[in-house]
Design a protein around this ligand. Structure first.
Ligand code: AMP
Length: 396
């Protein structure tokens, strides 16, 4: 019996979940926000209780120290030695990391080197790794990459049709993201369908604040909608998704406060997508409420999202030459009855039909009619569990 902690470190946040392994029991989870700012907040949830404290947390090392002290203070652990493994989510693994790895100095150096591919994320992930190594130097430390599941994509899918030298010299290619989620829900979908994943063609739709759709053939990712960075694909909460790249220089030349590419990319990442169209919020619950109240902008945002989702799902029916099931996951995919209904309605030609009594709030598993040729499933994602399992798998 051992305790394993799954860590998802962002630039100013650190999300964690503590498991009893191999039972896979969640003992506690928490979130530290506003790292490096004044009034950082650390929240811990355990045993049906929640505790929160506000204090100044300067960096990730201090955040890890506070999280470990919280575990002791709430008697979730009695001694640090009870924690034997830590798994870190790392956003960019490039072409180098095709699976999770034990983190040694070389692996950490490589993760930092790959920061060029995820400048906002990899440095934060590396800071989380260093912080744990600092405080608990002897525990098993594993990196789990968002990109690893997509390293099986064929070259026709991952190459961009731009000059070869930009791939060979600058590593410009599709890497994808959310790999841990697509991996997990494809396996759970196979269980729900009662077939080995190797025998299935699946389209997995991770629809949360970030959105990515993946074509999974025989358990392997063969195409995915996120690209060189997580800005590509359907429109998302605040990200534009795919747009004509010529818009970028046009905006720089014509909009006074957009001075360079970094300014425009910032707009495309943070002020676009659902937020850019609905204007009230990037949160789908608010947009759905606005749509129900007859707000034109919220209605347009909803309709545009459905249109983009349908187009990507349609593409992957073509990539896979047919599919056994469409899988909805993440915040919107798991919870929005209206989004699932609208997406599937427009794809009925492909042989998909929802059972209205099954497509309800809180639904899990198969929500399609018995006659639906392509099954439609709701599978709650669990990226932290994949991380904890990988720590167990790679433990020495
Ligand atoms: P995630 O990034 O996976 O946490 O998903 C966040 C998104 O899920 C936000 O846009 C939320 O508004 C959305 N979401 C969560 N619950 C619901 C719900 N009941 N109906 C519609 N959207 C929801």
């Amino acid at each position: 019996m051992s305790k394993t902690i799954a860590i998802n470190a962002g630039s100013s946040s650190l999300k964690w979940q503590l498991y009893q392994m191999p039972e896979e029991k969640v003992l506690a989870k928490g979130l530290i926000e506003r790292i490096g700012l004044k009034d950082s907040i650390s929240t811990v949830k355990f045993d049906g209780q929640a505790a929160s404290q506000t204090l100044d947390i300067a960096d990730h090392v201090q955040a890890v120290k506070i999280l470990l002290d919280d575990l002791l203070a709430h008697h979730i652990i009695e001694d640090f030695s009870e924690i034997t493994g830590v798994g870190h989510r790392v956003v960019a693994g490039g072409e180098f990391f095709k699976d999770s790895v034990l983190i040694d100095d070389e692996a950490l150096a490589k993760i930092e080197e790959l920061s060029a591919l995820a400048p906002l994320h990899n440095p934060a992930n590396a800071a989380g790794i260093r912080a744990f190594k600092n405080i608990l130097p002897d525990i098993t430390s594993v990196a789990v990459f968002d990109t690893a599941f997509h390293t099986t994509m064929p070259e026709v899918a991952y190459r961009y049709p731009i000059a070869t030298k930009y791939y060979e010299e600058n590593q410009v290619r599709k890497y994808g993201a959310h790999g841990t989620s697509h991996y997990y829900v494809s396996r759970e979908a196979a269980k729900a369908l009662g077939k080995p994943v190797e025998e299935l063609k699946l389209i997995t739709a991770h629809i949360g604040n970030g959105i990515s759709i993946t074509a999974v053939d025989g358990g392997k990712s063969v195409d995915t909608s996120m690209g060189f960075t997580p800005l590509a694909g359907p429109m998302m909460g605040t990200r534009s998704g795919d747009i004509d790249p010529a818009i970028i220089p046009y905006l720089i030349e014509n909009v006074a406060d957009l001075k360079d590419a970094a300014d425009v990319v910032n707009v495309l990442n943070k002020q676009s997508g659902i937020l850019g169209i609905a204007e009230v919020s990037s949160d789908m619950r608010e947009v759905e409420a606005g749509r129900e109240a007859g707000d034109a902008k919220c209605t347009l945002a909803f309709d545009m999202l459905i249109n983009r989702l349908q187009k990507f799902i349609g593409q992957y029916f073509a990539v896979l030459n047919g599919a056994d099931a469409l899988v909805f996951t993440a915040g919107i995919g798991e919870n929005s009855v209206a989004v699932r209904e609208a997406v599937v309605k427009g794809l009925s030609w492909f042989g998909m039909e929802l059972e209205p009594e099954k497509n309800v709030f809180g639904a899990e598993g198969d929500i399609s009619t018995p006659d639906s040729k392509v099954k439609v499933l709701v599978i709650p994602t669990d990226e932290e569990l994949v991380i904890a399992r990988d720590v167990e798998r790679l433990k020495k």
